[in-house]
Design a protein around this ligand. Structure first.
Ligand code: GLN
Length: 503
């Protein structure tokens, strides 16, 4: 029988829909895979003890002849930043250790309503601050391609789970690249939707003006299928867009069938194709650009000059918003409480936050509080907001010339544990390729584009104008199909290294 963990989500969903495979079988196969490899990978912080019961209920409904969603019965992994009824939601932090929310985040609720089965909660940098999962309070996740290397971050757990066949689909959140960068370094696909395209209700807030929930998977179509389920207006999120979205799965299927990019004007972002990009990543990127041209895409170089200031602006705006969002962890209403008899409420709050937050979280709270303080507000936070406007304008100008922008999704392949964790600025600088899209609110996708000199995955980033997420799926699926043809063996699900993990 087919190994149900090795096939893509769409294929698995097809087997479930036709009744060839039950949800219990599909779920059990993935739970077995988690049991076999997650001791090594540590993609999961929590495995859902109720998963098989949920699967059984889907099987019963199907057997009763109920018309179910096309993904019903398929398993999915959920980043721990998302609130889940009945499962702890820690956001990778000690301050929320063991906290079980009383409600589901909207993206989770929508997956459940469609009949998907949550396998568990995936590891992440604490409060989604980081690019390696080394800032998780519960220990890092390992990259399935090389266990001495980081799986990216903050959503390294979701990307590693998908790359190691522990789940066909996962949810992530992307504030500055936390879906796209982990996808890039694990040979997976990840999408940050247009800001407001997916509800943030129940996503533990990092920086509210930047956060977006999105899919991670091994194929473009699988991400599109999940995006179709989780997206769309939600009255619980005031920044949720009220608009009709096209079917992203239909766009992906069209793109894969088209086999051509005829009529598509593609801009190479000059500022992301220069210094700071590793030579092997640059070489793969050049090959991808030639492939786009070969497929009929018209490629031009485009400048987004203010990208130069993106990292600096982001690392003022993000800490500012985070310092305000994280004020809710006051040890009074929920979460860790450290108290000794006779202490004042301030003492208890201070002791709880001191014990509950890790070093990176504290660093950003301090940075953000400083940037927002009287006398510095204009110089720091105010200037950063002005840069943000410039970046939005630069992207508008770029998209007046082209339909799609491309760049490497991450500057290097997966780096080694310890390489950047002691040097916050080096870790921040790593986000240069992904941060601009969050500042502009535009949608972005990372997809595999081959292997670096070290045999590790390299990611291609596609960026589209606001609301044009479907364009990413259409072009992404075309490029994915052409790349698979040209470089057979590049995708995560063909990685030889992964067989080894299974032993
Ligand atoms: N590396 C970025 C940061 O540390 C990404 C954050 C994110 O997207 N959640 O802020």
């Amino acid at each position: 029988m087919t190994d149900l963990t090795r096939i893509d989500g769409a294929e698995l969903a097809g087997l479930l829909a036709s009744g060839e495979v039950s949800s219990v079988e599909a779920t059990q196969a993935h739970l077995d895979r988690i049991a076999a490899v997650d001791g090594e990978i540590h993609a999961f912080l929590h495995v859902n003890a109720g998963a098989l019961d949920e699967a059984r209920r889907i099987d019963e409904r199907r057997a009763a002849g109920e018309q179910l969603h096309e993904l019903a019965g398929a398993p999915v992994a959920i980043k721990d930043v998302l609130c889940t009824i009945g499962m702890p939601s820690t956001s990778g932090s000690r301050i929320l250790e063991g906290w079980v929310p009383p409600y589901d985040a909207t993206p989770v609720a929508r997956l459940k309503a469609a009949g998907l089965v949550a396998l568990g909660k995936t590891n992440m940098d604490e409060f989604a601050m980081g690019s390696s999962t080394e800032h998780s309070a519960y220990g890092p996740t390992r990259n399935p391609w090389d266990r001495e290397r980081i799986p990216g971050g903050s959503g390294g757990g979701s990307a590693a789970a998908v790359a190691a066949f522990e789940a066909p689909f996962a949810l992530g959140s992307d504030t500055g690249g936390s879906i796209r960068q982990p996808a890039a370094v694990t040979g997976s696909v990840g999408v940050k939707p247009t800001y407001g395209g997916v509800s943030r209700y129940g996503a533990i807030a990092l920086a509210s003006s930047l956060d977006q929930v999105g899919p991670v998977s091994r194929t473009v179509l699988d991400s599109a299928l999940i995006h179709d389920v989780i997206g769309g207006h939600d009255p619980h999120d005031s920044t949720s867009l009220q608009r009709e979205w096209p079917s992203f799965a239909a766009a992906a299927r069209e793109g894969a069938a088209a086999g051509s990019l005829q009529g598509l004007k593609v801009g190479v972002i000059r500022e992301l194709d220069s210094e700071g990009i590793a030579p092997d990543v640059h070489a793969r990127f050049q090959e991808a650009v030639r492939l786009i041209e070969g497929a009929g895409g018209e490629v031009v170089e485009v400048s987004v000059p203010s990208i130069e200031y993106a990292v600096a602006a982001y690392y003022l705006i993000l800490p500012a918003e985070a310092s305000s969002n994280l004020a809710r962890f006051d040890s009074v209403r929920f979460g860790l409480r450290v108290e000794r008899p006779g202490q004042t409420v301030e003492d208890v709050m201070a002791a709880s936050r001191e014990a509950g937050f890790g070093a990176e979280v504290k660093r950003r709270i301090i940075l953000g509080t400083y940037a927002l303080s009287a006398g510095y507000y204009d110089a720091y936070y105010g200037s950063a907001q002005q840069v943000r406007t410039l970046i939005q304008r630069d992207f508008d100008a770029a998209f007046a010339q082209v339909d799609l922008l491309v760049s490497p999704a991450a500057p290097t392949t997966a780096f080694r544990f310890g390489e950047k964790v002691g040097d916050p600025l080096a870790m921040y600088a790593n986000d240069i390729t992904t941060i601009p899209a969050n500042l502009a609110g535009i949608p972005g996708m990372a997809l595999p584009m081959g292997l670096g000199d070290d045999g590790l995955p390299v990611g291609l980033q596609l960026l589209a104008p606001l609301f044009e997420d479907a364009r990413l799926y259409r072009a992404g699926a075309t490029i994915e199909a052409l790349l698979a043809e040209q470089w057979g063996g590049i995708l995560a699900h063909q990685a030889p290294q992964l067989t080894e993990v299974a032993r």
